[in-house]
Design a protein around this ligand. Structure first.
Ligand code: GLN
Length: 477
């Protein structure tokens, strides 16, 4: 990633990013807010460089911030009406760390309201469009961040991933997207979705940048007691360049589009050709992941969203003097229907009559899943899986069918339930020119090795891209 220097000013970098942001915004609808005042921060970096002062590892680098990270700059809305007008008094830890290294936020990016969704169509501000096809979704919930990187507006953007919100839009737009091991980056100052699954991560153009961003942002934080000490984990495994990769067999069926299955097959062959060992693995517990996710997540959402009452933050409905009516109207008008659906499901599965049948069962399925991943990583170094069952779908195709939308997440949510790291690696394109990404999954704390190996895969698939392209186009499986 290029940083500012005497020859390349921060002002020129930030100006170029802002110009691109304004250029693409009307068609793609990437940002909820563009930060034109970013130039001032760039001038300050240039002044420090001219004065010979030390500047950070991201000096002058423009970046985009998903609009569920709190900072006093602009409103933090999480693309939800109920947070309209909310100006945060605090700054998220991840943002503090990025800015301490000289990174400059040029805009806040669009998401599904409160990060509930897989297409960015649940945003109060309207959907973000796919970077390769304006008739298709950007993916979600971090759609704006993925498109900001894919269109070359910024070299990196932040995201949050509770069930795939970084990995899926990354794969829909042909960029890298990384969800770390749970607890690697502090969640302090990030609008909570489901606290036991939420992870902060990034979209980037390459794995070297991803590695640097992780190094900068990982670490313990007294404001988030679930944080881990660093990002290095078990680095010693790097010693052996030959890896054992398991392709999860359970996904080789018609629920996954032929193009995605072909990409997975081609990648497995390429790994073999490059001297790695590739095995097939059955993981039967994975089939419970989606059901468990759509019980556990709404339960946590219902609890986290109870704080939005029209009194403390953002939007407030008309006050008729009746407090209960004020709460009801504010929540009724301020939440999107997907937010409300999850609040209702969450309260239902936690209610005394249904707790055992739903929440407790889902919690048990989660444990089963964790055990199955543990077992898998006793047999291999990494798992290779699709990120989503299909490439980017059309705008409007699933937005009125919540179950179809939830099925989009069938391949991504298991990692969040188990707290594992996952990297979405761009590996090719469909005949229609839509990006295809595959997901590399590592053991808990295997983050750094995973990112490095993801870089290797990408390099190799770029080298073999002509053949790869033909394979995917033919949809052979
Ligand atoms: N698409 C998933 C959902 O709607 C994941 C969202 C996320 O990771 N924030 O729950």
């Amino acid at each position: 990633m290029k940083t500012a220097s005497k020859d390349l000013t921060a002002v020129s970098m930030v100006k170029a990013a802002l110009e691109k942001a304004h250029h693409y915004q009307p068609d793609y609808h990437i940002f909820t807010w563009i930060n034109d005042a970013a130039i001032k921060k760039a001038e300050e970096i240039d002044r420090r460089i001219a004065a010979g002062e030390k500047v950070g590892r991201l000096a002058g680098v423009p970046y985009a911030l998903k609009d569920n990270f709190l900072t006093p700059e602009g409103e933090t809305t999480a693309s939800a009406r109920i947070l309209e007008g909310f100006e945060s008094p605090v700054t998220a830890t991840a943002v503090k760390k990025l800015e301490a290294e000289g990174a400059i936020m040029i805009g806040r990016t669009n998401l599904d309201a409160f990060a509930h969704g897989s297409s960015t169509e649940n945003s109060y501000y309207g959907p973000t469009k796919n970077s390769k096809d304006l008739t298709r979704v950007a993916g979600g919930s971090s759609g704006g961040s993925a498109v900001a990187v894919a269109l070359g507006i910024v070299p990196f953007a932040t995201g949050t991933d509770t069930g795939g919100s970084i990995r899926q839009p990354a794969s829909f737009n042909g960029v890298f997207g990384f969800k770390p091991t749970y607890g690697t980056i502090s969640r302090y100052g990030v609008v909570a979705m489901a606290s036991s699954l939420d992870c902060v991560g990034f979209f980037a153009e390459n794995t070297d940048d991803m590695d640097l961003l992780m190094m900068i942002c990982a670490g313990q934080d007294s404001y988030d007691l679930t944080t881990l000490p660093d990002y290095y984990g078990k680095e010693q495994v790097f010693d052996d360049p030959v890896k054992k990769i398991a392709v999860v067999k359970d996904f080789d069926n018609e629920a996954i589009s032929p193009e995605i299955r072909a990409a997975l097959k081609a990648e497995a062959e390429e790994l073999r050709a490059n001297g790695h060992e590739v095995i097939e693995l059955e993981m039967p517990a994975l089939k419970y992941a989606l059901a468990a996710y759509y019980i556990i997540t709404p339960a946590e959402i219902a609890s986290n969203l109870s704080r939005h009452d029209g009194i403390r933050y953002g939007f407030r409905s008309e006050d008729s003097g009746d407090l209960t009516a004020l709460y009801q109207n504010t929540r009724g008008e301020g939440f999107m229907s997907e937010n409300k659906r999850r609040i209702m499901i969450g309260n239902f599965v936690l209610s005394s009559g249904f707790y055992d049948a739903y929440y407790l069962k889902a919690a048990k399925a989660r444990t089963l899943l964790i055990q199955e991943f543990d077992k898998a990583f006793r047999e291999c170094d990494f798992l290779l899986m699709p990120v989503s069952p299909n490439p980017a779908f059309r705008l409007g195709e699933k937005v009125n069918d919540p179950v179809a939308m939830y099925l989009e997440d069938v391949l991504s949510v298991s990692l969040n339930l188990a707290g594992l790291p996952g990297l979405s690696v761009p590996v090719g394109e469909t005949e229609a020119g839509l990006p295809v990404g595959l997901q590399l999954v590592g053991p808990r704390r295997g983050d750094r090795e995973l990112i490095r190996f993801g870089g290797e895969i990408h390099k190799n698939s770029a080298a073999g891209s002509t053949e790869r392209h033909a394979d995917i186009m033919g949809g052979k499986d």
